[in-house]
Design a protein around this ligand. Structure first.
Ligand SMILES: C[S@@+](CC[C@H](N)C(=O)[O-])C[C@H]1O[C@@H](n2cnc3c(N)ncnc32)[C@H](O)[C@@H]1O
Length: 278
């Protein structure tokens, strides 16, 4: 953990919106009087439990709070930068994105490659509506059952989605099916050490998922011949304790309540990967 200078986080506004009228004093009280159950339940809910997944993304504020804290790590790039380069350098004409969230990545690609035909999809109605508001063509689609003919797209993108799907191999097979020969599947995900220090401090455990920096390449190789992987260290910046609590609350109220009080800003390391498969 590193102490950083205040005022570098662009998420403060989102955090205050999320916290509503919870004062710093209240957050401090909750943090210092750590409940006895915190160690038992302070863990992130199962990533593939579909009721939890649906609930987590039925509103957009959870995702916006999370996305706002991330910035470049030691290499000076974010995983989104690396994913964008991977997608754009393949020069696709038609791209399908699955699990598009609020459409931030879709917008980036469309601004970089205005000539490209981009279709963003998600299984959450709120995410689809948010993406539409950005002027992106969007449809409500489950990654496990893509309603498209075989060999329809030159590129398929799945950013931080495949750790959520109920049947990972089926979702990868679906991506493969709708890709034209030579088309590229580009994905982003987190490693097992991602934010592990913050999770541990809050009484939780590192999050080990079905599709991580450690196991994603093997999963993709079952359906694709050529797989590349780039690991990117990134940084979560919290201007104060309340903002870290707000971030943790997007996963679990128990984790949020379990974070011991700290003074001033803090920075935590994140570990992510971008993979391409053909
Ligand atoms: C962690 S968010 C990532 C969103 C976006 N790709 C980003 O990078 O900001 C996961 C997204 O995947 C969507 N999702 C989860 N399971 C899905 C499925 N089976 N089919 C389609 N979308 C799914 C969620 O609704 C949510 O918007």
């Amino acid at each position: 953990m590193t102490t950083i200078h205040p005022g570098v986080c662009n998420s403060q506004e989102a955090v205050h919106r999320r916290l509503g009228d919870v004062s710093v004093k209240e957050a401090r009280r909750a943090a210092t009087s750590r409940p006895v159950w915190a160690g038992m339940f302070a863990r992130v809910d199962s990533m593939t439990e579909q009721v939890q997944v649906t609930r987590q993304y039925e509103r957009t504020d959870t995702l916006l709070t999370r996305a706002g804290v991330w910035g470049p790590g030691p290499e000076g790039v974010t995983p989104v930068d690396v994913l964008l380069t991977a997608v754009v350098s393949a020069r696709p004409r038609e791209i399908l994105e699955i699990g598009c969230g609020t459409g931030q990545f879709a917008r980036l690609v469309m601004e970089t490659m205005p000539e490209c035909d981009y279709l963003a999809t998600d299984q959450s109605e709120a995410m689809v509506a948010a993406t539409k508001r950005r002027g992106v063509a969007t449809r409500l689609v489950d990654a496990m059952q893509l309603p498209f003919m075989a060999e329809t797209f030159d590129g398929v993108v799945a950013a931080w989605v495949l750790y959520h799907v109920a049947d990972l191999d089926r979702a990868i097979r679906e991506a493969r099916r709708v890709l034209r020969p030579g088309g590229q599947f580009a994905v982003a995900t987190n490693g097992d050490r991602h934010l592990a220090e913050l999770l541990r401090e809050a009484g939780g455990e590192p999050l080990v998922t079905q599709f991580s920096s450690e196991n994603a390449a093997a999963a993709l190789r079952r359906r694709f011949r050529h797989v590349t992987q780039r690991d990117i260290e990134t940084r979560a910046t919290f201007p104060d304790h309340a903002s870290a609590v707000a971030y943790l609350a997007t996963f679990s109220e128990e984790l949020a309540a379990g974070l011991p009080w700290f003074d001033g800003p803090r920075e935590y390391a994140g570990f992510t990967s971008v993979l391409t498969a053909r």
